[in-house]
Design a protein around this ligand. Structure first.
Ligand SMILES: Nc1ncnc2c1ncn2[C@@H]1O[C@H](COP(=O)(O)OP(=O)(O)OP(=O)(O)O)[C@@H](O)[C@H]1O
Ligand SMILES: [Mg+2]
Length: 495
């Protein structure tokens, strides 16, 4: 069968970085091709070259039998190639349907905007995606997952023959991923060829036909995904073997002191009271579906958002925490879920971003700042030419590592990690679990919010399951996935 897309010996460099050295791939009609590679391997860059966002320095692209050289994304879309970008590209102050058709508006008689048609198609697209969204809602009021679905609807609003999905699932819950896969299978049956980028191996095995492995800007292999098992796949990706085991953790003794006690926390007058405690050296997992209140509860604890009522007892003393700066002085830090809005400052350098929390007062210790940043870049294998590079030039996963580096540079005793490994590659994830384990051995305590069941079960000492702002269950670490899920979706103890 003749491929619908061929990329041959693609090269692309940026100042100081050769992102793509020699990349080739083929995609056929109705095929789902996974691209797998470490953070900074060049996946997003390759897809931007394909869609005309960047131009290659060398190499050829053949789409539907014709040699092409798109100068911008619009030209790619015209021949039926659409991309869902890794970093969402929606306009926050426009509503859902306006975003879906932005740049691709439908006109009546070539002059008047056909708003009814655009609204109707948006409703249909969202229905196919299985999401219940008000099409007139302003995008900035939506959750990250909801925005992701708007982005997907936007990509599907034009007639697509090739669809690229650059880490669409990193912000989605398992349930939402299921919907997305349903849509992908539907598109596959219609003959659409898809490129799917994700760091979740299970997802790749579930949906992809073939996998292309990219290591440091070079194609290592393209073959049927089922011909490789997990460890073979990981070995090809990182170039070495990796035990896919979580650190073995000792049980937390019942007499270990409680460092944080949260009592009667209510987000609003009508929401249930939340009570839990965290012991010294403990990793407490918070699991729940989107909308379960995990992020809202931890934001309320550190005073990032107001809440109706809370009592916080820190090392046995009642404290009042009205804003994150107070929390930080009390040595409680939150690594936020939405890295673009609350995490990194894109135009700032890697070292500025890592130092950010230490800027207490007006004195900056440049020597420390540089050394610490260099150490952290090494510790977390952050792929960057140097510590002075602006974070905007880093790949998505490496930006996330910068935020982790920032919090590792503080002397917080309690660290709250909200989806810390989102978009992080397999090798680096493993490193982060080891670091978390190490931090608790130093006496620090961690609350881990994660939508990844494997991670929650693998590293937590105890698991709190939330649903609709309520603690459904507090489970020991030896619990099964099915039990945790049963509490998260309701059914057990649901009254
Ligand atoms: N606009 C840019 N300017 C300079 N360097 C860039 C730019 N875009 C990407 N890079 C560099 O190119 C390399 C590849 O980045 P890319 O975003 O393609 O990685 P990726 O495989 O998508 O990683 P991730 O899994 O983290 O998303 C990285 O070293 C990155 O820092
Ligand atoms: Mg990327």
């Amino acid at each position: 069968m003749v491929p619908i897309l061929e990329m041959n010996n693609i090269e692309k460099h940026f100042t100081g970085v050769k992102a793509l050295k020699d990349v080739s791939m083929k995609l056929h009609k109705g095929e789902i091709l996974a691209i797998l590679g470490e953070n900074g391997a060049g996946k997003s860059t390759l897809m931007k070259v394909l869609t005309g966002v960047y131009q290659a320095d060398n190499g050829t692209v053949v789409a539907f039998g014709n040699k092409v050289n798109f100068q911008n994304y619009k030209q790619a879309q015209k021949v039926g190639i659409s991309i869902i970008f890794q970093e969402l590209s929606l306009i926050p102050h426009l509503n859902v349907w306006e975003n879906v058709f932005l740049g691709n508006e439908i006109f009546k008689f070539n002059t008047i905007l056909d708003t009814n048609a655009m609204k109707k198609i948006t409703i249909e697209l969202l229905a196919t995606l299985g999401v219940d969204l008000d099409i007139n809602e302003i995008v900035q009021n939506l959750s990250v997952a909801e925005q992701q679905f708007v982005e997907i609807a936007k990509a599907l609003s034009v007639k697509v023959k090739i669809l690229i999905l650059d880490e669409p699932t990193s912000t989605l819950t398992p349930q939402e991923v299921k919907y997305l896969f349903k849509v992908m299978r539907l598109l596959r049956d219609q003959g659409v060829g898809m490129v799917f980028i994700s760091h979740h191996l299970d997802e790749l095995y579930e949906i992809a036909d073939n996998v292309m492995i990219l290591r440091d800007g070079i194609t290592i292999d393209q073959q049927p995904i089922k011909s490789l098992n997990k460890s073979q796949l990981v070995e090809k990706v990182i170039g070495r073997t990796l035990g896919l085991d979580f650190p073995k953790r000792e049980d937390i003794d019942k007499n270990t002191p409680i460092v944080l006690d949260v009592k009667n926390l209510q987000l609003s007058k009508s929401t249930p009271k939340v009570n839990f405690s965290l012991r010294k050296g403990e990793i407490l997992g918070f699991f729940g579906l989107v909308g379960s209140g995990r992020t809202e509860i931890v934001r309320a604890i550190i005073g990032a958002d107001a809440c109706y009522h809370k009592e916080i007892i820190l090392n046995g003393q009642a404290v009042s925490i009205n804003n994150p700066a107070v929390a930080y002085r009390l040595k409680i830090g939150l690594l936020p879920e939405n890295r673009k809005e609350e995490g990194v400052i894109l135009p700032f350098s890697v070292s500025d971003n890592i130092y950010l929390n230490n800027k207490d007062g007006c004195f900056i210790n440049y020597q420390y700042m540089h050394k610490n940043a260099t150490d952290k870049v090494k510790l977390l294998s952050i792929k960057t030419p140097d510590v002075n590079t602006p974070v905007v030039n880093l790949s998505g996963g490496n930006q996330q590592k910068v935020i982790i580096a920032r919090w590792l540079s503080t002397d917080c005793d309690i660290l709250i990690f909200d989806e810390p490994t989102r978009g992080i590659d397999v090798g680096a994830k493993d490193e982060i679990y080891k670091i978390m384990d190490e931090l608790t051995k130093q006496g620090k305590s961690i609350i881990l919010i994660s939508s990844e069941m494997e991670e929650i079960l693998g590293i937590s000492d105890r698991i709190i399951v939330l649903k609709q702002n309520k603690i459904q269950a507090e489970l020991p670490k030896k619990v099964t996935e099915a039990e945790v899920m049963a509490y998260a979706v309701g059914g057990i103890n649901d009254n």
